[in-house]
Design a protein around this ligand. Structure first.
Ligand code: NIG
Ligand code: FE
Length: 430
């Protein structure tokens, strides 16, 4: 007996499972929480005015709601839209030539020290107009969306001058304007010391502190301030000064920490109350304990480790110490040229020893927490913006299992269907 009382904008029915990631507050920390995905079998989702209005058994939803648009998922799986908690999408060129050099034996650090790497990207970016950069950002956001990513933290850091860093953050804002992917901007002026400051690095640190940070904050161009703490980049002491300056201007700290070796980056992140510490291949037990105690979210980047043959971070040690681990692509032209979180999830299992449930938590709810949007993104729950991913498989297990295959079938962002049968829809194509 139909008791249709309400008409909603969109009804997704007939999923083999809805992976809600719901329950409790904050990120999921530790073994038990990270393995609990809140899976509802034979379920669906009702969406109205951009928000989730009900999640539950498909048959019940079908009885209860009429819908302007009804989509039958036919045994596929519904997950929260994926969250990429660490990306660098503002740059002018890819760096295939460096990859070719590395294939012939050069190392990433040698290329960087010889003026390539981040320096090469900065030289190109400085010569590239803002609108061209913004178009590049948009193209990369499009590709993320095609992989089911609906929120991305995105860093500047290829400008390395006040002018070029501001241009980068404006390009990010322009590229992300009215795009279905929600962008969370991070200022990373302290990504490398530019060549013109080679012999006076203190002056560059002062420019970051006295000019860039106040301007970024005044123009509301970023939410977070990040620093690359590593030999050849910035010391922990310089990082601390920069992050404290960011805090004084309302920018929450993040740290690129211990990517190549333990340089005290994780401990620095804990001492300044950073929301996250990212990379962490070199982080030892002390750094892990410090992060767990301070509630710093480790954002691990296994595609970067694979691409540069780096030591893998101790994901198991972190989860067992009670951390809320997140995974991200680190999308950038040098160390991780992929927007594909499905591949990252697979590597989380194969290379970092995480369980399938842990990697799903790490690219949704915990990633949302690392990007500072846990209260609105990363889970399927009533009242939240409807950012949803439907994969072409009967279980979330297929995401890590299919080793980087993009299983994205349908994406809903802010309640609108933006990807259908794996293709962008609802936009005019030029
Ligand atoms: O997160 N580690 C520092 N920065 C980037 C890579 C930058 C580049 O090579 O362009 C990263 O891996
Ligand atoms: Fe990075």
């Amino acid at each position: 007996m139909p008791r249709s009382t309400r008409t909603v904008d969109l009804l997704l029915l007939g999923a083999s499972e809805v992976v809600t990631l719901d329950g409790g507050t904050g990120p999921k920390a530790g073994v038990e929480a990270m393995n609990d995905l809140g899976v509802l079998p034979q379920a669906g989702v009702a969406v109205h005015r951009g928000k989730i209005v009900e999640v539950g058994p498909s048959l019940e939803l079908a009885r209860k709601y009429r819908a302007w648009r009804r989509i039958l998922c036919r045994g596929r799986t519904i997950l929260p839209g994926l969250v990429d908690a660490h990306t660098h999408p503002v740059f002018a060129h890819m760096r295939e030539q460096e990859f070719a050099l590395r294939c012939r034996g050069a190392t990433y650090e040698e290329i960087f020290a010889a003026g390539g790497g981040i320096h090469a990207s900065a030289a190109h970016l400085r010569d590239t107009p803002l609108d061209v950069l913004a178009a590049g950002v948009r193209k990369r956001l499009d590709r993320m969306l095609l992989h089911g990513t609906t929120t991305a933290e995105a860093k500047s850091g290829y400008g390395l001058s006040t002018k070029a860093e501001i241009k980068s953050l404006k390009a990010l804002a322009r590229g992300g304007r009215e795009h279905p992917v929600t962008v969370v901007p991070t200022f990373l002026g302290a990504h490398a010391v530019p060549p013109e400051y080679k012999d006076r690095r203190g002056a560059y640190v002062r420019e970051v502190i006295d000019e860039m940070i106040p301007r970024v904050a005044r123009e509301k161009l970023a939410v977070f301030c990040d620093v690359f703490v590593e030999e050849g980049a910035f010391t922990a002491e310089e990082g601390l000064r920069i992050l404290k300056a960011g805090l004084r201007h309302g920018l929450r700290p993040k740290v690129h920490a211990d990517e190549f070796r333990d340089g005290g980056g994780a401990k620095l992140a804990a001492s300044v109350g950073a929301i996250s510490a990212e990379h962490l291949g070199g982080t030892g037990p002390e750094g892990i304990r410090a992060m767990a105690k301070a509630g710093v979210i480790p954002v691990l980047l296994p595609a970067t480790c694979l691409f540069l043959s780096l030591k893998r971070p101790d994901a198991r040690g972190m989860i067992e110490a009670g951390c809320a681990v997140a995974l991200a692509t680190d999308f950038n032209p040098g160390s991780s040229p992929t927007e594909n979180l499905h591949l990252v999830a697979a590597l989380g299992c194969t290379d970092l020893g995480m369980t399938p449930e842990e990697v799903i938590t790490a690219i949704t709810r915990n990633a949302a927490a690392a990007a500072g949007v846990e209260s609105t993104r990363g889970r399927i729950a009533v009242g939240r913006p409807a950012d949803l991913l439907v994969i072409d498989a009967p279980s979330y297990l297929s995401i890590p299992y299919r080793l980087g295959t993009n299983l994205t079938h349908l994406v809903v962002a802010g309640g609108k269907v933006v990807v259908e049968r794996g293709r962008r829809c609802g936009v005019k194509r030029s």
